[in-house]
Write a protein that binds this ligand. Sequence first.
Ligand code: ADP
Ligand code: MG
Length: 917
Amino acid sequence: MSTVEYPPRTVEALLADGTTAVIRPLSAADHAAVLDLHGERMSEGSRRWRFFGASRRAPELAADRLCGTAHPTGLLALGAWVDGELVGEADCEPAQDRPEAAELALAVADAWQHRGVGTLLVEHLVHAAREHGITTFEADTLAGNRAVHRLFTDLGLPVHRRFEQGEVRVLVPLEDEAEHYREAVDERGRSADVASLAALLRPRSVAVIGASRRMGSVGRTVLVKIRRNGFAGDLWAVNPYASEIAGEPAHPSLATLPGTPDLAVLAVPAGAVPGAAEECGVAGVRALVVLTAGLDADQARQLMYSCRRHSMRLVGPNSLGIAQLDPAVRLDAEFGGAAARTGTAGVAVQSGGVGIALLGQLARLGIGVSSFVSLGDKYDVSGNDLLQWWEGDGRTDLALLHLESFGNPRAFSRTARRVARSLPVLTVDAGRSAAGRRGAASHTAAAATPTVTREALFRQAGITATRSVAELVEAAALLHAQPLPGSRGAVAVVSNAGGIGILAADACAEAGLSLPELSAATTATLLDLLPDGAAVGNPIDTTAAADPDELGRCVRELVKGGAVDAVLVAIVPTALSAATGLDPLRVLLDGPVEGRGRVPVVLVLPDQDVTVRYLNRAGGGLLPAYADPVAAARALAHARDRARWLAEPSSPPVAVADTSDSAVARHLAQAFLAEHPEGGWLDPKETADLLDCYDLPLTTSIWARGEHDVLLAARTLGQLGHDGESVLKAYWPDQLHKSAADAVRTGLGGSDEVRAAYREFEARFGESMAGVVVQPMAAPGLELLAGVVQDQVFGPLVMLGLGGTATDLLDDRSARLAPLTERDLTTMVTELRSAPLLTGRPGTPPVDLAALRRVLTGLSRLACDLPQLAEADLNPLIARPGGLLCVDARVRLEPRPAFDPYLRQLRRPAAAQRAQG
Ligand code: ADP
Ligand code: MG
């Protein structure tokens, strides 16, 4: 089997029914296919809608226009292929007098209509058109062409229509930041994704390929598990060398099966994977789980090729398998130890070992699983896909992820933010440490975002990030069984042994929870209720003398009172309970459950031998009991964070008025990368041009060479400077820290000082100095840093912090996922430890906060507009009450396909790059 190289700009994406389509620009080589599409494969009727008449020569004219001799300038034409067959085409042609407006045309083969081909093509055309500076699509359509009008209406972009004698002139402005459009695209992406995953997660038939007779072989183990755990559909074993495996009849090949399996589980040696995958594709299998590990690059490429060409979703390779515990399916196709229990947690792990540990702990706790997927090397199906599946499967109420990397970071944080609104999403933040990242780097190198920042970013995306599998399970135990606490996180601690109560109070404080003083009324009630000697501050010590009833009433009083957001009850067995046979725990569990549904209660039982377990309440419901108060407090803090996140009114991304500059910026980036295919730092002039597109307040600079020009520039700019002074900076390509090389001279008062500074630069740097940047001296102010970095997990982040020399010293920064929201603009400032320096204190007025918001907005837009932006750094940004000025900016670009992260397309895993065909 040979793999064909696609032309550049080829992507794959899912049609509405989950079929994989290849989208790429049409070229001369496609002439015959385009002719066929407009001819044979469209009915008379479709052609009439398309060409407003049924001229015989229409197909030929179309093919010439799109791929041949009559190709108009500026025409953008995309085709969609399924299994090597052209199923549709969309193109737009800029008007000659108005290049920003383009005439849109669309054709879909009859057999492929109503499957989302046209919409997908138009989405990709919108993206391409924006890149080419096109701001409006226009189209003439027949009034009766319902399909096309529906397409425009559903697209999500504003549509203007003008009716003229049976024809409709349609205008579609391609607004850049149209959130409504993104939501519409997201929604189509979600439903296509779910459709494509059905064969994987709700298969009606499964084939295990490579199951051998050998006991303990992976294939055989999975086969036996599928059968033993009650799969509801057809199960077939495929093995050319055996007629029977573990009591199952074995078939020599896919072709000899009585039907076509929806899903195939591959447990063949690496060398046989590509052949088996292609055979599955040809037979019509719709999903693969590849358990085999150790594929080489070529095998990886071929596997991806078959999957994409034949519309198969792929889990793995190097997967432990999958399990779908919906009683209607009951597919347990994994080779972990125990059988997973049916329940409501969706679990996705990258590493099989972690998967086994996690399933084991969940089973012990009693939380069952809705579906489990071991993603392995994650060539295709990723955590993102599963989040979307769980969001709508009607069974999952808790999403648990253990991932070392997140495929497409921007898409992940966007999906997570949506899904976390309806169910808790928990993850282990794996690869935090430098050493951990080295481990993770074998999958995907992760960037070095500091842990604190990562936690804040996970929180921003609504994800509960824990530091270990144990912590994940402990947090899940609470989120699964108890209501969310109020977002303040005020906790009452009750114990029957003072020492444990104090430990619990400390643990709460350390987890960022508060122990408020109780009201006089509550205190009085508790004093009444409890024996002499009880302490009714917070923590509350009932003393070991309190009888179980009293303790139970005390807890109910706190739950009922509404003074706190959660109650933590720590109980140790005492001689008293042993003597009376009255167990305080029993009383608590059997007692009436007041205020249920509002205030969560957690138990700490220091003498229990598991870290966390559930206790059943008589009135229904589960109480999580932790051995260690630290674990209980941490779980409460996670739940409080989630409550806070949910309580935040959803803040829209910052509004952006005008889009023309985005096109200029994209153009500048493309021009730079055309000259520097490897990427690199922009020079001062290019930097200024780019940042200008976003109104970032860069100080005036003149780029001068030679003493005469430098003196002249300094004289001119000095007049604008503070105290009439100017600044010189030696410049050479790829320089990093100018001050570290002693290449900055500030406060130069007159020509003599400028000349001396220049000569000294010349003497020191000689030939290597490409020139000098001359600036006016900025008025003194607070030096800030603002910028954009790319994070491998989260995508582009906007950062703000103290700048200048304080940058590294104080490490006081805030970071947010781009695009920023209105609220981010405020909280990025207020969450800094040095916030009072910005927002003002008695005697010191605030800096120009409105200007600062504009800078952050500009950076957010820059980050979203240019995927090629590796980093942008404004340092320092000098902030004063009257204004904001950046005196040093650096920008680095990387050669990356200018792909829109919100554009619907399937991932291209690094391991299977160029897996095209
Ligand atoms: P680098 O960051 O490469 O070392 P900068 O251009 O940021 O070089 O200059 C270093 C420091 O010099 C700045 O943090 C700032 O304090 C000061 N500085 C630089 N340019 C100016 C200017 N135009 N006006 C006032 N101070 C400046
Ligand atoms: Mg600097």
